[in-house]
Design a protein around this ligand. Structure first.
Ligand SMILES: Cc1cc2nc3c(=O)[nH]c(=O)nc-3n(C[C@H](O)[C@H](O)[C@H](O)COP(=O)(O)O)c2cc1C
Length: 375
């Protein structure tokens, strides 16, 4: 049904319009009491699958390991609807200290033949004060795990980045199950320079202090999200820094600025016409997985890893778990797979686990990477 809807209608719409339309529909359904419970029940895993998938990560109990990556719900307007569809956690944002409109449109493109997207949204969002107010007022319909992803306001100079992030952290930490410092989007000039440890160390320290000051009675888990385009030594440096600072987690990865070496089948001219931006979806899979493996080999279970980038099937999720991810996220495949995506992933994942030598998902985390590194 969804593939038909996609090829007959959605594919013909401008991608950003299609996003707004689809998201509005999800939110609408989530506002109708009987209907939302029905949809949630239809999409939820069975009781035995739920038992198998239940996950503990970052000191939080979650329904399962599979969440929606940042960027879909930038302003935290649809957490219930997304939870209704089966996402085990929803990462909202990226939110910046000041509201901003992002880059001029068009800024979101589909490479359908490659099951990929290219975006140069540029952190369009209502700003951390407005998003914090919305989260404070929120009455959750479905119990949800909410991650909050923060980034730098475009007009804030790099030298004042730490203050900008700390402002958002102070406002948003009270409403966050976990907090993510995003230093890896390619669409804010200079942002990715903040991944260098000499910038990242003071930045993460400032955000940690701001979160602790804002929420004295709870240690809000703090994570950093990195780019797939980092050189291997830089991935190692971030891993070492995470251990040094006692960071709770690393999210690997954001979108890539690469176009070569990804095996893209889309016409070269079409790719060039799309222009700059971060590429996500299937072609990102190999590099994201490689970064994840590298991180796990370095940090083991000292830092929680979230695997993201090119994840589509239950097998992809399972592969990330075996590589070292305690949690796994996706975004682009949601566009191509539609509303039954989580249901398919959950069923397949529970089956994978049942057929494996591992009793729990937690036991499977990193099993493949451990085999390789202990050889
Ligand atoms: C349209 C779009 C917007 C995104 N916006 C953000 C964002 O605001 N912050 C962020 O950390 N990642 C953002 N991402 C990156 C995703 O969270 C994810 O890391 C990336 O798309 C790779 O996963 P995927 O291949 O499953 O899409 C965005 C991705 C897309 C496609």
């Amino acid at each position: 049904m969804y593939p038909l809807l996609f090829s007959l209608l959605l594919k013909r719409l401008d991608p950003e319009r299609a996003h707004h339309l689809g998201f509005a529909l999800i939110r609408l359904v989530a506002r109708v009491p009987g209907l939302r419970s029905l949809v949630a029940a239809l999409l939820a895993p069975s009781r035995s699958q739920r038992r198998a998938l239940a996950t503990e990560a970052l000191g939080l109990r979650m329904r399962g390991p599979f969440g929606l990556a940042a960027g879909f719900d930038k302003n935290a307007v649809g957490i219930d609807g997304l939870t209704m569809l089966g996402f085990d956690h929803v990462e909202i944002g990226t939110v910046t200290a000041h509201a901003q409109s992002g880059n001029p449109t068009p800024r979101l493109f589909r490479l359908v033949a490659d099951r990929a997207l290219v975006n140069r949204m540029g952190f369009n969002n209502e700003g951390s004060a407005a998003v914090a107010a919305r989260l404070a007022k929120r009455r959750a319909v479905f119990p949800a795990t909410v991650g909050v992803n923060i980034g730098k306001t475009k007009v804030t100079p790099e030298s004042e980045a730490a203050d900008d992030y700390a402002t958002s952290a102070r406002r948003l930490a009270p409403h966050a199950d976990y907090l993510v410092v995003n230093v890896s989007s390619p669409n804010t000039p200079g942002l990715r320079n903040l991944q260098a440890t000499e910038h990242l160390r003071p930045l993460l320290t400032a955000v940690r202090s701001a979160a602790d000051a804002a929420v004295p009675d709870r240690r809000v888990p703090l994570l950093v999200k990195i780019a797939p385009d980092l050189a291997d030594e830089d991935v190692d440096a971030v891993a070492d820094l995470a251990v040094e600072l006692g960071l709770d987690g690393i999210i690997a990865t954001n979108t890539t600025i690469a176009r070569d070496g990804l095996g893209l089948t889309t016409d070269r001219a079409e790719i060039e016409a799309v222009g700059a931006g971060g590429l996500s979806g299937a072609p990102l899979k190999e590099r994201s997985l490689e970064v994840l493996r590298r991180l796990y080999a370095r940090v083991g279970d000292r830092v929680t890893l979230i695997g993201v980038g090119g994840v589509r099937t239950a097998d992809d999720v399972w592969e990330r778990v075996l590589a070292g991810a305690t949690l796994v996220q996706g975004y682009s495949a949601f566009v191509y797979e539609g509303p039954l995506w989580c249901r398919r992933v959950h069923r397949g994942l529970a089956a994978r686990l049942a057929a494996s030598p591992y009793a729990t998902l937690a036991e499977a985390v990193g099993a493949d990477t451990r085999k390789v590194t202990s050889r």
